[in-house]
Design a protein around this ligand. Structure first.
Ligand SMILES: [Fe+2]
Ligand SMILES: [Fe+2]
Length: 156
């Protein structure tokens, strides 16, 4: 992530999760480039969705986006992207296509939040709102714990 220095401390844990999201996309890309079976990659993305990303989206929608309100253009875009990504993660057909879509659109979504949405939110949020985010954020299980590291060169 290029700008963690400028990120408000209350939002730093969320930015760290974004870093894990970028890693997920990288791992999918590695897997696809190495001809790992899509079903094997999907086991990992299913786990990542259920144990990490779903909570991340819920947290943003419940505690971060309301600072700008549901009529805000950037919030609308972010929520729309959450819905698309959810569909790609949870769909059980066209697995290879959905993996490619996740890989591409998750990166774009995270860049949008980090470069635009979060910068704006930390500008307009008041102290109490930021304190509430800090207080409420629950630690999400470390996504590095998945055992089948298909993205590591010597493991297939
Ligand atoms: Fe998001
Ligand atoms: Fe996010």
């Amino acid at each position: 992530m290029p700008n963690p220095i400028k990120r408000h401390t209350a939002l730093q844990p969320i930015s760290r999760e974004h870093h894990h999201g970028l890693l997920l996309s990288w791992k999918i890309r590695e897997g696809l480039n190495r001809d790992i079976k899509p079903a094997r990659i999907k086991k990992f993305t299913d786990w990542f969705w259920e144990n990490h990303l779903q909570q991340h989206f819920e947290f943003e929608e419940k505690y971060i986006f309301p600072i700008l309100g549901e009529d805000n253009k950037m919030v609308k875009r972010a929520i729309k992207e959450h819905r698309r990504l959810k569909r790609f993660f949870t769909s059980s057909d066209r697995i290879a296509i959905n993996l490619s879509l996740i890989e591409e659109e998750l990166v774009a979504h995270i860049r949008f939040e980090e470069r635009e949405l979060f910068n704006f939110i930390q500008e307009v949020a008041d102290k109490d709102q930021l304190a509430l985010i800090e207080l409420t954020h629950q630690k999400i299980p470390n996504p590095e714990a998945w055992e089948d590291e298909f993205w590591v060169k010597h493991k297939h």
